[in-house]
Design a protein around this ligand. Structure first.
Ligand SMILES: Cc1ncc(COP(=O)(O)OP(=O)(O)O)c(N)n1
Ligand SMILES: Cc1nc(C(=O)O)sc1CCOP(=O)(O)O
Ligand SMILES: [Mg+2]
Length: 348
């Protein structure tokens, strides 16, 4: 592919987008015959089809349709699938597009409508979105089912705890340090990276995108009080980004922020984290996973918070992908035995 440039929308393009979205809203309401409470893809398909079935002298001009409905389709991808508006420029000229930063997929909704005006396919958007969803699923990152969250205690540093977890067979480790300076976090993360590389284990950094970037970590975990995943993605690029959810509303928000997995908790009361949210228990996971299925939110969920090996079977039965554990592994007398037992249950 030749040279191309991607930029965020400038002031003029943002103002144009605002007008185009207003135009789109008017077209959708007029030609679908419904008021837009929530924009659905079938409303968009109805509007396009009906507008084009109207006798030609009453039909909105093709330019208006491509602009209004094209921007509306783009905004749907932004709101529902976590795309972002960009200005895309190559040797053919400039076009307004939307990009999914985590996967690199770029879609041109306005051009897509222009093309269908020529081919006279007036009901294509449902399929168009399905194909994008499928592409996003296919390039999903590999998420192991067991995630060890580091913890220090008297006689055990974070680095020692991480090394022992790697020796015990964990394949994915999170460095989670609190109340340390940036330099201390960075130095420990560098050393953790070396340990993890020696054992071919993935390393995630908790809270801090700059540290994750500096040590070229495999992942970054962000909670509700940390930087937003979309903002962090611009710093760390295409690594695994996870987000914390404690409620269904958190899951809905994260599903639009391009996270690769969700840490959903707490399963049970735990002393590992200060200020935890109300416990979810098996009922909480069942309810939230069912809501995710109903809304077709397909992001792996890791249960977290006070988990013991005897909980795993019931947790998995809710549809959760895996577990994140800290105290269970840090305090295990025989870490290898504990990790093997967990991984056998998780079939990881
Ligand atoms: C896998 C996983 N899930 C949740 C958390 C909690 O993150 P956060 O809410 O930001 O709280 P702190 O861990 O930063 O105290 C996590 N770390 N990992
Ligand atoms: C880091 C963390 N986050 C939680 C949340 O609910 O968001 S619970 C938790 C602590 C996990 O450690 P342990 O396995 O020792 O309970
Ligand atoms: Mg955090």
């Amino acid at each position: 592919m030749g040279q191309y440039e991607e930029k965020t929308l400038n002031k003029k393009e943002l103002a144009w987008k605002k007008d185009a979205l207003e135009l789109g809203e008017g077209l959708i309401e007029k030609y679908s015959g419904k008021e837009i409470a929530t924009l659905t893809i079938s409303l968009l398909d109805d509007a396009f089809e009906n507008a084009m079935q109207t006798t030609w002298w009453k039909r909105p001009r093709k330019f208006m349709i491509a602009t209004g409905l094209g921007y509306a389709l783009g905004q749907y991808l932004v709101d529902q699938l976590g795309f972002e508006w960009i200005a895309y420029k190559d040797y053919q000229g400039k076009d307004i597009a939307v990009k999914h930063q985590a996967s690199g997929i770029i879609s041109f909704p306005i051009s897509a409508i222009r093309k269908r005006l020529k081919t006279k396919e007036y009901r294509f958007m449902e399929d168009y979105v399905q194909v994008l969803k499928k592409e996003l699923t296919m390039i999903k990152k590999e998420i192991p089912r067991l995630h060890y969250v580091s913890q220090s205690k008297v006689g055990l540093t974070h680095l020692e705890a991480i090394k022992e977890a790697c020796q015990a067979g964990c394949k994915w480790v999170q460095l989670r340090m609190k109340e340390v300076t940036f330099q201390e976090y960075l130095d420990t993360a560098m050393a953790a990276k070396t340990i993890c590389q020696n054992y071919q284990v993935k390393l995630t950094i908790n809270d801090n995108a700059a540290v994750a970037k500096a040590v070229q970590a495999d992942g970054l975990h962000l909670g509700k009080e940390d930087m937003s995943p979309l903002e962090a993605r611009k710093i760390v690029g295409d690594i695994i980004i996870g987000g914390t959810a404690n409620t269904w509303e958190d899951v809905q928000r994260l599903s639009k922020e391009q996270v690769d997995y969700i840490g959903l908790g707490p399963f049970r009361y735990t002393t590992t984290k200060k200020k935890i949210s109300p416990v979810l228990g098996i009922d909480g996971y069942t309810r939230i996973i069912d809501q995710m299925k109903a809304q077709e939110i397909d992001i792996p969920v890791l249960a977290i918070g006070g988990i013991n090996p005897s909980d795993i079977k019931a947790i998995l039965s809710t549809g959760v992908w895996g577990i994140a554990a800290s105290g269970l592994i840090t305090n295990a007398k025989d870490k290898q035995k504990t990790c093997t037992e967990i991984m056998q249950q998780l079939k990881d």
